[in-house]
Ligand binder design. Structure first.
Ligand SMILES: Cc1cc2nc3c(=O)[nH]c(=O)nc-3n(C[C@H](O)[C@H](O)[C@H](O)COP(=O)(O)OP(=O)(O)OC[C@H]3O[C@@H](n4cnc5c(N)ncnc54)[C@H](O)[C@@H]3O)c2cc1C
Length: 455
């Protein structure tokens, strides 16, 4: 999240004090086996939490461990993909770069490798990920399993850069999958919600290391609506945030450069977000005054420009916890949908302060990818983790649905299998592959049964 202290802290020292004084009151550490996701919304107390050290150990676990067995990455999904009474299975011990193919610019990673552990190690091997999301805490297997994406009209979600993977099935088979080997399973597995088996290795298509110039600037909403499509065409990566009740956006572009590294001095985005929260609390009853204050500070903002290596530029720190809904819409509908979102929030004076994120993602052909068959715009709405997200998301979801949106698999939504069957041309094929690989439903928790349509 790219809000600057200079912009928003000047709006009130009291807000900053409020920001500093709020501890994180999550569901933490009650019991050794208790599991919870990053936001604290999802939790469970499984019989076992296991982390195999190799594929043989994994095979034993799949045979003997309490069911359902649910693979977990870094727990950064908001949907209940992981909770189980049976076994939460982590690949924390199967991490790192395993092999590198210099000629093809590919590298194979352990499934549990964190995105944040990839950048420097891969650079030392002469490669870099082609694009990245806006944080780097996730595991590679967890990221591809929900079609995690960054931004850029020319760039797919991470799953589309997978060139091969190793899948250990419920029956304990170890399948090597690629376009040439187990091709059907490969198509299904690249976005598979941990429903087909455990992904132990992933081969990614990469590129040579690169540097990026990042520019962050503020601009009125109406101007952004006029410029966004052109900016998306002109820049390698382009995204923007709309700040609710301000009439202002923050634009962000990345472009490749040979310039010297000149990193960002400090990150105080969390303070900025908490200042917006304080303003909502003080001035929620006076939207015009709130808009005037935010707008007049943002208009004074100078551009923020810096240069760094790609893997340091992409991720930000997200210290302020939230729950999130994100829908991926056909590109042509994106800006209209965002205008609808803004109008609904502001005419109904909804309790909203988190910036709304707008990104571009290139279409692909993966069976369960929300980008399948179409270039897309993604709109993400966030709600502070201590607040009830349901009224806000309930107001947003019909807008996204009206514009033919598909939800991010890892972010909150209310859809079920019948909806997905209508949204995904290859949904039935996925169901068949899943049923063949895991007929007894070893990997199915209630949420997966609901979204995949298994009784
Ligand atoms: C602060 C924050 C920022 C985010 N930013 C972005 C963003 O910029 N772009 C974006 O698209 N998303 C974003 N997300 C969502 C996140 O990238 C996805 O939900 C991602 O799937 C989380 O990865 P994880 O490693 O935490 O996996 P988990 O959430 O733990 O698991 C996700 C899925 O992967 C499965 N899985 C995990 N490991 C394996 C394995 N080895 N084999 C088979 N299945 C497995 C799980 O069963 C589950 O279905 C963000 C989330 C947060 C909390």
């Amino acid at each position: 999240m790219e809000l600057n202290r200079r912009t928003l802290l000047t709006l009130g020292a009291s807000a900053a004090a409020l920001a500093a004084g709020r501890p994180f009151a999550g569901l933490a550490q009650a019991e050794a086996l208790a599991w919870r996701n990053w936001s604290g919304l999802q939790h469970c107390e499984p019989e076992e939490r296991l982390a195999p050290g190799d594929v043989a150990e994994l095979g034993d676990i799949l045979k003997n461990a309490p069911r359902p067995i649910r693979p977990v990455g870094a727990g950064h999904s908001f949907t209940p993909l992981v909770p189980t009474d049976g076994t939460v299975l982590s690949l924390d011990r199967l991490q790192g770069i395993l092999t590198v193919d210099e000629a093809r610019k590919e590298a194979t990673f352990g499934g549990g490798t964190r995105l944040g552990a990839i950048g420097r190690a891969l650079e030392e091997k002469g490669q870099a990920l082609i694009n990245m999301p806006d944080i780097n805490k996730q595991t590679l297997a967890g990221s591809i399993s929900t079609a995690t994406h960054g931004t850029g009209l020319g760039f797919n979600a991470l799953s589309a850069y997978v060139r091969g993977l190793e899948l250990v099935t419920a029956k304990g088979e170890v399948l090597t999958c690629s376009a040439d080997e187990n091709a059907e399973i490969f198509e299904a597995a690249r976005v598979s919600l941990g429903a087909l088996g455990i992904i132990t290795k992933i081969t990614m298509e990469n590129r040579a290391p690169y540097r990026l110039t990042r520019r962050v600037w503020s601009v009125p909403f109406d101007e952004m609506m006029e410029q966004a499509e052109e900016l998306a065409e002109q820049h390698r990566n382009f995204e923007f945030y709309y700040i609710p009740f301000s009439g202002m956006c923050l634009g962000i572009t990345h472009d490749e450069t040979d310039a010297e590294i000149n990193p960002r001095a400090s990150t105080d985005d969390d303070d900025a977000v908490m200042t917006l929260k304080a303003l909502q609390e003080w001035l929620g009853w006076a939207p015009s005054l709130r808009e005037y204050l935010i707008r007049s500070e943002m208009e004074k903002l100078p551009d923020d420009i810096y240069v760094d290596t790609s893997w340091r530029i992409y991720p930000s720190e997200r210290g302020v916890r939230f729950n999130e809904m994100e829908y991926h819409l056909p590109r042509a509908a994106g800006l209209t949908a965002l205008k609808d979102v803004r109008e609904t929030i502001e005419t109904n004076n909804l309790d909203v302060f988190f910036p709304i994120e707008f990104r571009y993602v290139k279409g692909d052909d993966l069976w369960l990818s929300p980008f399948t068959g179409r270039d897309s715009c993604s709109i993400a709405v966030h709600r502070y983790y201590e607040e009830d997200h349901t009224p806000y998301f309930k107001a947003m979801e019909p807008i996204f649905r009206k514009h033919d949106g598909r939800p991010h698999w890892g972010k909150l939504h209310t859809l079920g299998a019948a909806d997905f069957a209508a949204l995904y041309p290859r949904f039935k094929d996925f169901q068949e592959v899943r049923a063949a690989l895991d007929p007894e439903g070893v990997f199915l928790n209630n949420h997966l049964r609901h979204v995949l349509g298994v009784a």
